[in-house]
Design a protein around this ligand. Structure first.
Ligand code: M6R
Length: 646
């Protein structure tokens, strides 16, 4: 996913932009670029591949003097990753530079329109249309300011965007606009910033404002003004970032992923302990009367969806409410049965995942109450939810989620106990027991981490397998889904997870001598059944690495090739402990295979704006109504079957 940084101040902009971009590398990208204003001229440098190439090319920014600039890491969508298609894009006369996250959906139509006006395009990107359209609008007789032109452009483009814009005719300001793609403003002393992610700014400021859809910001050295879609100045709530920059650095670890796994006990403490008072679960500020809801829909993508799978088992068992877990990417297309008696639980680390956001809006429009479990404070999903339970895991940089997954699950476990106690579907004694067991989880995760050498040993035994199957039943099946995803995403080993009972319905034909099967047998009530599946695959020559609880080690030892164990805990909490060895196993396997662990190929940390969702346009800004006539005259008015509209 692309990253944006912008700076206006008194320091040299380029080194700050490059530093900010380096903090956004984890989001995934394939080229990078910066633009700095110098004596009324916009100077651009770009480089394909790693940011380091751009740093070398600009001598860490020294070759680009100037105190106003924008930078970008690009994840190619329209046009291959190369220097031409990288951002910033500059308009034909060189006076406008644009960085953009998202997709301009109607770019072909606008490109054609501009080409008819004689504009020559340098790249194949949708973003260049924004730069060229800005230049075109700046040239219209009735446009007086950069803001006028910007609103006109925003009014005409369709799709999703976070934009950072420079205009050499206005060398004291950075312009920013947002719709369906994250963008925030950082406030400093005599300097101000924009970024798509707070990690890019936290070295310079902790005072931030999150932009909302339809807003435009004009950043100068002495201040920032934010405007709404009606072009009216507005006051925004400031947020203080309270985590340290070290939280977004490797801190001596070889990879962010390992660091973040090692941070799980601390992250879990932050997620759990403030929510337990006098032995009971409390969610400050949450006014949720579960008797108002007939069912729960859990909606999420990827690992967050796997948390939801565990949540389904636990919430149904404890609260006796029907729970459906739905992939966010499917939600809009499956005619979901949702109404005002539906509680929708949205799970997302980033709080920006496009499909999850779209599903949230769909569920909301159908009347559901939206409760989100989110890590990134102030993210779009958090802001559009009726209630938010933050996971407080701290910044997660590695693409493969680890501590965010564990804390999401801890919060969902707490919620299950909270709702069950509210509904009297568990006894007070059971609620107390579960709550105490949740409070004990951080220390138990510490215990698992302390024996990671054993997991590393098994990784060294099995790292060269081409294909791995995770099997398990009930909670172990949900756990296997996450173990399998972790392994495949960072080690590139083909891996699949099956409910063990499904093996005999087809998959067992793939088991042959030497196939690695990771048998998950942590869930006591189904341990014997798990054993019978182990026997089945062993009989066909599979190598079996088992995961179980400590007191079952003996029962397994003679039947499998390797055993990993986790401490005993209450049944619903087993996946939270079980995932830790699987995360470590995936990490060490990928390490053995020499993979780019923190930035696996083809993957981005967050998957926001890619295709459009929601309403396509701004409402017409009041102060530029004149643009109606002008747009019509210059052929930029859009015509539809129902007439002309903006
Ligand atoms: O930020 P989100 O939780 O909404 O992201 C959802 C998935 O993209 C994410 O969980 C992904 O599957 C993980 N990076 C896998 O480790």
């Amino acid at each position: 996913m692309c990253g944006i940084v912008g700076y206006v101040g008194t320091q040299q902009a380029a080194p700050i932009l490059l530093e900010g971009l380096s903090r956004l590398e984890y989001r995934g990208y394939d080229s990078a670029g910066v633009c700095v204003e110098q004596n009324g001229v916009l100077k651009v440098e770009k480089a394909k591949g790693r940011l380091q190439n751009l740093i070398a090319k600009t001598e860490n920014g020294a070759l680009l003097p100037g105190t106003l600039g924008i930078g970008h890491t690009r994840w190619a969508t329209h046009g291959e990753p190369n220097d031409t298609n990288s951002h910033p894009h500059v308009s034909q006369n060189g006076k406008i530079a644009v960085v953009h996250n998202g997709i301009i959906e109607n770019y072909l139509e606008l490109r054609e329109f501009l080409q008819q006006k004689g504009v020559q395009f340098a790249s194949q990107t949708d973003t260049e249309v924004v730069a060229q359209l800005m230049e075109y609008c700046m040239g219209l007789p009735e446009v007086e300011t950069v803001s006028d032109a910007l609103y006109m452009v925003l009014h005409r483009i369709e799709g999703a965007y976070a934009l950072g814009i420079l205009c050499s005719d206005d060398p004291d300001h950075v312009y920013a606009a947002r719709k369906d793609a994250p963008l925030l403003i950082g406030f400093g002393e005599g300097e101000n910033f924009i970024a798509s992610d707070v990690t890019a700014l936290v070295k310079y400021t902790r005072d931030v404002v999150y932009m909302d859809d339809g807003e435009v910001a004009v950043l100068g050295r002495d201040g920032v003004q934010v405007y709404n879609a009606m072009e009216l100045p507005i006051e925004k709530e400031h947020h203080h970032i309270d985590w340290e920059i070290s939280a977004a650095e490797k801190g001596g670890y070889e990879h962010f992923m390992l660091k973040e796994i090692m941070e799980e006990p601390e992250a879990l403490r932050r997620a759990i302990l403030p929510r337990i008072k006098d032995g009971a679960v409390v969610f400050d500020g949450l006014m949720l009367d579960s008797s108002c809801y007939d069912c729960i829909k859990i909606i999420a993508c990827g690992s967050s969806y796997h948390v939801g799978m565990v949540g389904k088992y636990n919430l149904e068992k404890l609260t006796r409410m029907p729970v459906e877990v739905i992939l966010a990417s499917e939600f809009r297309y499956c005619s979901p049965i949702v109404n005002e008696r539906t509680l929708a639980i949205i799970i997302s680390q980033s709080g920006e995942t496009l499909d999850t956001m779209a599903a949230l809006r769909e569920a909301k429009s159908l009347g559901a109450r939206i409760l989100s479990i989110v890590n990134v404070v102030g993210s779009s999903i958090a802001r559009e939810s009726d209630d938010v339970l933050y996971t407080w895991a701290g910044p997660e940089i590695a693409v493969a989620t680890t501590k965010a997954y564990s804390t999401q699950m801890a919060v969902l476990d707490l919620l299950a106990v909270y709702l069950a106690a509210q509904r009297n579907t568990i006894s007070a004694e059971e609620a107390n027991r579960l709550t105490a067991a949740i409070a004990a989880l951080p220390a138990q995760v510490e215990q698992i981490l302390s024996s990671r050498e054993q997991i590393q040993y098994y990784a060294s035994q099995y790292f060269n397998h081409d294909s791995v199957f995770f099997i398990g039943r009930n909670l172990d099946y949900a756990l296997g889904m996450e173990g399998s995803l972790k392994l495949k995403e960072i080690s590139y080993i083909h891996s699949e997870a099956y409910a063990s009972g499904e093996l005999k319905h087809g998959t067992i034909s793939l088991i042959e001598p030497g196939t690695l099967v990771i048998a998950l047998g942590t869930y006591g009530p189904l341990f014997d059944k798990a054993m019978s599946n182990v026997i089945e695959v062993k009989a066909r020559g599979a190598s079996v690495l088992a995961l179980t609880t400590e007191n079952r080690r003996e029962a397994l030892s003679s039947r499998v090739d390797g055993i990993l164990t986790i401490p005993e805990t209450e049944l619903p909490l087993l996946p939270l402990l079980g995932v830790v060895p699987l995360q470590l196993f995936a990490y060490y396997v990928a390490l053995q295979r020499g993979c780019d662990i923190d930035k696996p190929r083809n993957l981005a940390k967050s998957v926001p704006a890619g295709v459009f969702y929601g309403s396509t346009r701004f409402r017409l800004p009041g102060r530029i109504r004149f643009s109606l006539r002008m747009l019509s005259e210059c052929g930029m008015m859009k015509k539809t079957e129902k007439g002309v509209f903006l």
